[in-house]
Design a protein around this ligand. Structure first.
Ligand SMILES: Nc1ncnc2c1ncn2[C@@H]1O[C@H](COP(=O)(O)OP(=O)(O)OP(=O)(O)O)[C@@H](O)[C@H]1O
Length: 314
């Protein structure tokens, strides 16, 4: 098996209890090299707890956890240097200047360069990558909330991590900063050196960034797949609408691409005003969480697409 095929995260039967409250009951998941995975779930579902266990910041109650081939509960500094973490909020470092802080933190990673990865990320390049160049000489406490969040992301990236955890990274960012952050993540993902696990409550962000979405609820992963997979399997079907010979038509299908291709094969230029409405991730997510909370089955893998015919509705 090559390094790229190995699981970067391999978790089985993870349980976590705070006192008498069981937060994680049986979390099982795998993430492979180069994936961008988004963990969704309602407030209090245990997303941060899961990330903290994977990051080695919190001891689990039970289960098997391997991160980059190592149990985080027994990991060393070399392992830690391969991981980047952006927590929900940092309150430290207020008196440091941005560039000075990143240069300082970067020094920790220098001994952990490998043949493939030169560590740390050059401070000025990194500051430019997160859009903080005009603020490089500012004290951290003088930054706005959004600028502070960009710095948090830079702190997570300074060691050129192979695995990056981002806990609600865009909370508090304005639309421009959010877009720039998305471009940054897409750039990292395109290079495929960094596997990314993020949490968010912004479903459009999850849909945009993630190759794969996992939904955590009731202490378990209740769905796991691409946004399109989940939408098809859980929320149902796409609606296709079109006009032919002056009449409006509508058809519901789980395979809209195939349906539209066949429609054009049959009617070619006769088709106009074509619209395809896919079930959104929001539709899917709300259905999943509602089902989980009412005790219905939510097994995303078990639900198969409905059989359907490809007749054109006239
Ligand atoms: N240190 C702690 N001690 C006791 N209970 C805790 C602790 N940390 C978290 N919890 C509880 O565990 C549950 C899961 O919390 P967690 O922060 O992991 O959820 P989350 O999915 O990240 O939520 P959010 O979306 O609101 O950030 C919550 O009920 C929370 O109150």
């Amino acid at each position: 098996m090559t390094a790229r095929e190995e699981a970067v995260l391999d978790v089985e039967g993870l349980r976590m209890r705070y006192g008498s409250t069981e937060v994680l009951r049986d979390v099982t998941l795998r993430v492979h090299h180069g994936e961008v995975v988004c963990l969704l779930g309602p407030n209090g579902a245990g997303k941060t707890t899961t990330l903290e266990i994977l990051e080695g910041f919190r001891m689990r109650s039970a289960g098997r956890v391997e991160v980059l081939g190592t149990d985080p509960a027994h990991a060393d500094e070399r392992w830690r240097a391969r991981i980047g973490v952006v927590l929900q909020s940092w309150r430290d470092h207020g008196r440091w200047r941005v560039r000075e802080l990143l240069t300082h933190l970067g020094r920790y990673y220098a001994p952990y360069s490998s043949g493939e990865i030169s560590r740390p990320w050059d401070a000025d390049e990194l500051i430019a990558a997160v859009g903080l160049t005009p603020h490089a000489q500012k004290k951290v406490r003088m930054l706005s909330g959004g600028q502070r969040r960009r710095l948090d992301v830079a702190i997570g990236l300074v060691g050129r991590p192979e695995l990056l955890f981002l806990d609600e990274p865009t909370a508090g960012l304005d639309p421009v900063a959010r877009r720039e952050f998305h471009e940054l993540v897409e750039g990292l993902a395109a290079q495929r050196h960094t596997t990314i696990v993020l949490t968010t409550h912004d479903l459009s962000e999850a849909e945009k960034l993630a190759n794969r979405i996992m939904v955590l609820d009731g202490g378990r992963i209740i769905a796991d797949g691409t946004a399109a997979d989940l939408a098809r399997r859980i929320a149902g079907e796409d609606q296709v609408r079109w006009t032919l010979e002056g009449r409006r038509h509508e058809h519901t299908t789980t395979e809209s691409t195939r349906f539209v291709r066949e429609l054009f094969e049959r009617h070619g230029d006769g088709i106009s005003d074509l619209e395809v409405r896919r079930a959104s991730l929001e539709d899917t997510y709300l259905t999943l969480v509602r089902r989980a909370e009412s005790g219905e089955s939510t097994d995303a893998h078990a639900a198969e697409s409905d059989n359907e015919s490809y007749e054109v509705v006239r």
